[in-house]
Design a protein around this ligand. Structure first.
Ligand code: SF4
Length: 241
């Protein structure tokens, strides 16, 4: 007989009043097709208005509800409850990030790293009357990287981020390559410079955690390796002058 309820075991922590994180358990009544986010919203509405978490689009587009659910990085909005049963559903905030409250983590270091790679098209040429043309083949080269929703799962999973707060992290590198590999962009030199320092791309130890963590199934490690190759080619060009 299908289960009509699920146990949610949620990590709680309010740095203003708690000395250590702890777990609170909730019994959630199930409806057909429920996701983990639906369960969290039910808890918030019906059981505990003090529970803090982020969510917005409910369609795996905004990336704000990335969490660590039953030992894996997932988006709460596209994680169905039924396949996780009969186990209880254990939810932690993104690991190794400062907890603001409960499942809400401090995203400032992630956004600071993202800003440093200049995440916008750099092209000093006068803009054409219509769009800057890009062939389907050139667009295909960056297709996968455009799926990134900036959820920070890869960032949270990266051992170099855990040990070096200045390390830019996988998502920033992926986005750097998204522009370096864009046929319309002319900011290659400054972007390679932005990732070529001691906290940049060469600190990546290629452990593949980022690729495994990504809920959009992007091969993040491939992009980082492509960025390393582009960085070497740029240096060779410089020395050959
Ligand atoms: S690469 Fe994947 S895991 Fe990293 S921020 Fe983008 S969507 Fe999230």
């Amino acid at each position: 007989m299908p289960q009509d309820s699920a146990i949610f075991k949620i990590q709680r922590y309010d740095p203003e009043v708690d000395t250590l994180p702890y777990f609170t358990t909730y019994n959630v009544s199930l409806r057909k097709g429920m996701t983990v986010l639906d369960g969290l919203l039910d808890i918030l509405d019906q059981q505990d208005g003090s529970l803090a978490f982020r969510a917005s689009c409910r369609g795996a587009v905004c990336g704000s509800d990335s969490m660590y659910i039953n030992g894996a990085f997932r988006l709460a909005c596209n994680t169905a409850i039924v396949p996780l049963l009969p186990r209880e559903i254990t939810i932690n905030p993104l690991p190794y990030m400062r907890i603001v409250k409960d499942l809400v983590v401090d995203m400032d270091p992630f956004w600071t790293a993202y800003e440093r790679i200049k995440p916008y098209l750099i092209n000093p040429e006068t803009a054409p009357e219509r769009e800057r043309y890009q062939s389907p083949k050139d667009r295909k080269h960056i297709d996968e990287m455009l799926d990134c929703i900036l959820c920070a799962s890869c960032y949270s999973s990266c051992p170099m981020v855990w040990s070096d707060s200045e390390f830019l992290g996988p998502a920033a590198f992926l986005k750097a390559y998204r522009f370096v590999g864009d046929s319309r962009d002319q900011g290659q030199r400054e972007r390679i410079k932005a990732v070529g320092h001691e906290n940049g791309v060469w600190r990546c130890h290629t452990v593949f955690n980022c690729t495994e963590a990504c809920p959009k199934k992007i091969n993040v490690t491939w992009s980082i390796e492509a960025l390393k190759r582009r960085s070497i080619v740029n240096r060779l060009k410089f020395w050959q002058r």
